[in-house]
Design a protein around this ligand. Structure first.
Ligand SMILES: CC(C)(COP(=O)(O)OP(=O)(O)OC[C@H]1O[C@@H](n2cnc3c(N)ncnc32)[C@H](O)[C@@H]1OP(=O)(O)O)[C@@H](O)C(=O)NCCC(=O)NCCS
Length: 184
């Protein structure tokens, strides 16, 4: 397995492991962070399962799932990024990410989308990266647009949530639109 270790200007990405459960629970377990996601806040035990599945998925060949810890300059974990390569369309992957809510509104989310996109295009050689957000998720909309993703349209009743069916707005970026010289 090729282990992911990405160092950007102010953020890094690395493989998750059992030591990250509390840091990931600070995202997945927070009702503010899951407000626009299709699931209720996760319990700590559920986050343990997520990490276990991520560690197992990292061993797969070919690897399709990357669940990565997002680190700040001192190495503390402040969020999680997910990249899932489509089985039937292996040039394409869905991305999703979440940051600890006390860090929102400082441009970190926008930087993180750029870092994940650059990682997917440059390191993984993917052609299309896309993210689906809730229509009400203004922060994700702005972060994806400012990061350079294009808003493609609406998928009606895309996901089932605890509150019922929810539409998604899809954003994407293509490798041939992405600046070749963009540094991680
Ligand atoms: C989406 C998310 C990563 C954005 O992170 P962030 O660090 O706050 O993003 P940024 O600071 O780069 O903000 C992006 C833009 O959204 C704006 N914004 C941030 N929070 C906002 C909010 N609650 N309402 C409206 N706008 C908001 C910012 O002002 C910024 O706009 P600007 O570029 O004009 O200044 C973060 O909100 C998050 O982790 N949410 C929970 C998980 C989630 O929804 N993931 C996305 C699924 S696709």
């Amino acid at each position: 397995m090729r282990s992911v270790h990405v160092t950007g200007k102010r953020l890094g990405l690395r493989e998750v492991s059992a030591v990250d459960v509390d840091a990931l629970h600070a995202v997945y377990g927070d009702p503010a962070a899951t407000q626009h996601l299709p699931f209720d806040p996760r319990t700590r035990a559920e986050v343990v399962d997520i990490v276990d599945e991520a560690v197992a998925a990292a061993q797969a060949d070919p690897r399709r799932l990357y669940v990565l810890a997002v680190t700040e300059t001192e190495g503390h974990v402040i969020g999680v990024a997910r990249l899932h390569i489509e089985a039937d369309h292996p040039h394409s992957a869905e991305i999703g990410l979440g940051l600890r809510p006390d860090l929102w509104g400082r441009g970190i989310g926008t930087d993180l989308f750029r870092l994940v996109l650059t990682f997917g295009f440059k390191e993984l050689g993917l052609h299309r990266l896309w993210g689906a957000r809730s229509p009400a998720n203004t922060a994700a909309q702005l972060a994806m647009l400012v990061a350079g993703m294009v808003e493609e349209g609406r998928i009606r009743h895309h996901v089932s949530t605890p509150d019922g069916w929810r539409d998604s707005i899809v954003h994407s970026a293509l490798s041939d639109e992405w600046p070749a010289d963009r540094a991680l």
